[in-house]
Ligand binder design. Structure first.
Ligand code: BGC
Length: 635
């Protein structure tokens, strides 16, 4: 099997020996288009020593059983509901099968068409039933002869609860037939051109270390092919590669995947934000459900926009999702200078989400009026429902200031549009003033005894979990009740360290180092999101061996199946973390007050590395070598 990263296709050659002892060689090349909702397969069967009839059955099959959950809550819900079949048909030209989800009423149709191109294969028959549509082809083969076909599969879906559920059938069939008319070579050429443009800017080299270089490219390829490139759908934690987490999007999308796309393919980052804008109404509905009369609260995990968490302490309580999305909007504005985006949904998202903070917190009179946020869960899910989670407070502070800045910049540049938006949202200056005061008074406590940043109001008062004999192959969550974990100082993943990676500017270096050492010692990294972030902060603290160690954990997470669950889907955030480990970590890329800055280092044993960054419509190539750093601006 060969995965061709440059052309975006997978090739496979296999030899098949039939029970009668004949040998056939099967060659296939397949690609999932990055430009249209289609996949193409070029398939051929060559007889080595077989004489006789060959029948190929080309099938759309649904009704597969979902992956078994076993004792691992991360895989999905056992026996998830089957879909209703809406329509199924197959004839000589096309086969199609349409289904609809039971709760959300989304219709999805899959259609296929073929090209035989004058070879020995001819159409034999077609058949359809509830969960299956099949078209069969037949050829007479002699040793040395091949039978080849091209297969094209198109997908089309409706929005949620759309009544004309059969529209996707028409669309999918038209797309499959059109793609078949154009042929595989045309599809492959478009794919290669798209990837060519991507790699030209995004390619990443590690001088003299082919294995690391290939791993980085493999991860980057996965990210770019799984990131949503239109606002219709989100970018899931497993991309489109497996059933783990049931296809849901989390904060992984904005905090891990989006920054990588932003610097390598900014139009994809924009599309990713478009998806959040498309689901803003659902976030408003979620806020009402959570008793917030104003504003929008994005769900912790979702597909179509509704909250899909089953366990609220480690789900809906993760209010930081709002700040994470605001963080991504801020990164996008800084990196692209696309201020038009503020008027096209950016400001509305910033404002509506900022409104939640004064409803989840208040100016605490017992702490001299400092602003506190209560009963939320931060990234470390081994601690839940706490007051003043450091990550949440720090990111909310940044979020509020970003919303204030957007308000001010629009009042200066587009006062009329701002007035219209404010009227539509019933938003007035007093709320903006409140955001500013809350940000300025935000509690970010330092523990006086340990002289470190406190993860929350009570974390440091709890007993420490003894990790001396900890078996790192098995996450604690599989063996301990959440309450047992919540009662101890033990972190599933970076939390304070995460805040230092995303918004660590302004903290004293000694405080950062002490905090890092303290939390690292009680972190199990049971989430694959954790190592990359530890590596990034380790780079900043000049802990270069550690930085390289953590970078490698993120880099190889799926290639080496480090968590033993890659068969449930790849870990998009960790893959993104490996690119960030190079850019934010080794090269020290930071954006502070809108300005791009680097503090490059060379990891131990490396001779150099190069990567590309899009910045305000220009392309920057960063080349770090033993004898210095070269920044080349092009485009
Ligand atoms: C992590 C979350 C993450 C989710 C999806 C969980 O194990 O703790 O932070 O969003 O996986 O990747």
């Amino acid at each position: 099997r060969t995965l061709d990263l440059r052309n975006g296709c997978l090739r496979r050659r296999s030899r098949l020996r039939t029970p009668q002892g004949a040998t056939l060689q099967i060659d296939s090349e397949r690609l999932v288009s990055l430009d249209a909702d289609v996949l193409g397969i070029r398939f051929s069967v060559t007889s080595i020593d077989y004489s006789g009839t060959l029948t190929l059955a080309s099938t759309i099959r649904t009704g597969q059983r979902p992956a078994r959950q076993g004792d691992d809550p991360r895989i999905g819900v056992v026996g998830s509901h089957r879909l209703d079949t809406l329509a199924v048909a197959a004839d000589a030209n096309v086969a199609s099968l349409a289904q609809r989800t039971r709760q959300s009423g989304i219709a999805l149709c899959c259609a296929q068409a073929h090209r035989l191109d004058g070879g020995p294969l001819v159409f034999l028959d077609a058949e359809s039933e509830d969960h299956r549509a099949v078209q069969r082809f037949r050829a007479e083969l002699q040793p040395g002869q091949s039978a080849a076909l091209e297969k094209f599969v198109a997908y089309a879906s409706s929005g949620e609860g759309v009544t004309d559920a059969l529209a996707p059938v028409v669309d999918a069939i038209a797309l499959a037939v059109q793609t078949a008319n154009d042929g595989y070579a045309a599809l492959a050429a478009t794919q290669a051109a798209t990837l060519d443009a991507f790699w030209r800017d995004a390619d990443i080299d590690v001088v003299g270390d082919a294995r690391t270089q290939l791993s980085l490219r493999f991860n980057l390829f996965h990210l770019m092919q799984s990131a949503s490139r239109h606002a219709r759908s989100g970018t899931a934690a497993k991309g489109l590669t497996g059933e783990g987490y049931e296809g849901h999007c989390f904060w992984d999308t904005e905090v891990f995947v989006l920054p990588v796309m932003l610097y390598t393919a900014p139009e994809i980052a924009r599309a990713m934000l478009g998806y959040r804008y498309r689901t803003l109404d659902a976030a408003r509905a979620n806020a009402r459900e959570m008793n917030h009369p104003r504003g929008a609260l994005y769900p912790w995990r979702t597909i179509a926009g509704a909250e899909c968490s089953a366990h609220y302490p480690s789900g809906s309580a993760a209010y930081h999702i709002n700040a994470d999305i605001a963080y991504a909007i801020g990164l996008y504005l800084d990196a692209t200078g696309d201020t038009g985006f503020l008027l096209e949904g950016g400001a509305e998202m910033l404002f509506e989400t900022a409104r939640i903070w004064p409803q989840a917190g208040h100016f605490d009179p017992l702490r001299d009026g400092a602003f506190g946020i209560h009963d939320v869960t931060g990234p470390d899910e081994y601690t839940a429902l706490v007051d003043n989670n450091f990550y949440t407070n720090r990111m909310a502070q940044r979020h509020l200031l970003r919303a204030v800045a957007a308000w001010e910049s629009l009042s200066a540049s587009h006062p009329q549009e701002l007035r219209a938006l404010a009227e539509r949202l019933s938003l007035a200056q007093d709320e903006i003033d409140l955001w500013r005061r809350a940000a300025e008074a935000m509690q970010l406590p330092v523990d006086a005894r340990l002289d470190i940043l406190a993860q929350d109001d009570t974390f440091l008062h709890k007993p420490r979990w003894d990790l001396t004999d900890h078996n790192h192959d098995r996450p604690l969550l599989l063996d301990f009740h959440p309450l047992t974990l919540y009662r101890h100082q033990v972190c599933k993943q970076a939390d304070v360290v995460m805040a230092l990676a995303l918004a660590g500017d302004g903290f004293d270096a000694g405080l950062k180092r002490r905090s890092y050492d303290y939390y690292e010692a009680i972190t199990t990294h049971d989430s694959t999101l954790s190592p990359a972030i530890h590596g990034i902060v380790a780079s900043e603290l000049d802990l270069h061996e550690k930085a390289l160690h953590y970078f490698t954990e993120a880099l190889r997470v799926d290639l080496d199946d480090l968590h033993g669950n890659t068969d449930h889907g790849v870990h998009m955030a960790a893959m993104a973390g490996s690119w960030l480990g190079v850019a934010w970590g080794f090269a020290g890329l930071r954006v502070i007050d809108g300005e791009l800055a680097f503090t490059p280092t060379l990891p131990p044993g490396w001779n150099g590395y190069r990567f590309g960054v899009h910045w305000r419509g220009r392309r920057l190539r960063v080349d770090v070598a033993r004898d210095g750093v070269r920044y080349r601006l092009s485009g």
